[in-house]
Design a protein around this ligand. Structure first.
Ligand SMILES: [Zn+2]
Ligand SMILES: [Zn+2]
Length: 303
């Protein structure tokens, strides 16, 4: 248990870049143009955004080209939210694919969601299982999406219907041995009834703000997610996970076993929690600040 855990991003070269991986413009059902949408994020201090318009026939299968909207200190990843029939509870899959080529073909007749996701991954994309709670995805649905790199564990739009959090399903999958990471995203549409944007993001560790570097880091799991707190360092040494973060009221260690290790306080910025209860499975860190904002690490595998 001693030693460095190489899948944690915190001591990797480079720095963290803040981005939103799930965003819609008026190329599908968003309210703003791609340029207006991106300007909103850039002005809010984001480093990158993936526009992921709905890749549906009714919108003429948009794969919105945002390359001309990159500027010094702000970049974009090309992507889409992919749809195909069907899940146990709903008529279509929602699959976030970031890093797609512009010539990615629309779904073939009869192509299933899991097949479409495999094609997106083979084309170079980081594949995310979008808002599982809001889609009422079952464990069987989720198991079938074998091309997913990651689960959208928090979706700010779905939080409107109190289904923003999808950690339960993610923990079930992780406990069955799936090596999935976890990301938070706005799913912003900028419609009047929507929650405010810029509330759920990823911090991606990479040596540069080049789209290729960000994409590689996403696939490798070199990121954490947040709706508020900053994680400065998380490391595993001698059976303890040590967390350094912006001031927090609670630091949690949960994982592939019921129960948790918890530290609470008024302004915690560093604490250590034992991993023993998670055996040779996995654990993960959640940090909660005084405003209820949370930050989540990716799963930390203990073998
Ligand atoms: Zn969706
Ligand atoms: Zn969406």
């Amino acid at each position: 248990m001693t030693g460095r855990v190489t899948d944690l991003p915190f001591d990797r070269p480079g720095r963290f870049w803040r981005g939103n991986l799930h965003t819609h413009s008026n190329e599908s059902d968003g309210a703003l143009s791609p340029a207006e949408t991106l300007r909103h994020y850039r002005d809010a201090g984001y480093d990158f955004v993936a526009l992921t318009d709905h890749f549906r026939a009714e919108f003429n299968f948009p794969l919105t080209d945002t390359t001309a909207l990159r500027s010094p200190g702000f970049t974009t990843l090309l992507g889409a939210e992919l749809h195909a029939p069907r899940t146990e509870a709903g008529p279509s899959w929602h699959i976030v694919a970031v890093g797609l080529p512009l010539d990615f073909r629309p779904p073939e007749p009869g192509e299933s969601g899991p097949e479409l996701a495999r094609r997106a991954r083979a084309a170079g994309a980081f594949v995310g299982m979008a808002h599982p709670s809001a889609s009422l995805l079952t464990a069987a649905d989720a198991e079938s999406l074998d091309a997913a790199h990651s689960v959208e564990v928090y979706n700010a739009l779905a939080d409107r219907e109190n289904r923003g959090d999808s950690w339960h399903l993610t923990d079930v999958l992780l406990n069955r041995g799936r090596r999935l990471t976890a990301y938070a995203a706005d799913d912003a549409h900028f419609q009047p009834q929507d929650p405010a944007p810029c509330v759920a993001w990823v911090q991606v560790r990479a040596e540069s703000l080049e789209p290729g570097a960000l994409l590689s880091a996403l696939k490798a799991g070199h990121f954490y997610s947040s709706t508020g707190p900053e994680l400065h360092d998380v490391r595993l040494d001698d059976g303890l996970v040590t967390v350094c973060c912006s001031p927090a009221r609670k630091v949690l260690l949960t994982g592939g076993a019921p129960g948790a290790q918890v530290v609470q306080g008024s302004s915690l910025t560093e604490c250590s929690l034992p991993v023993e209860m998670f055996g040779d499975g996995y654990c993960r860190v959640t940090v909660e600040d005084a405003d209820g904002g949370r930050a989540w690490t990716n799963p930390i595998h203990l073998t």
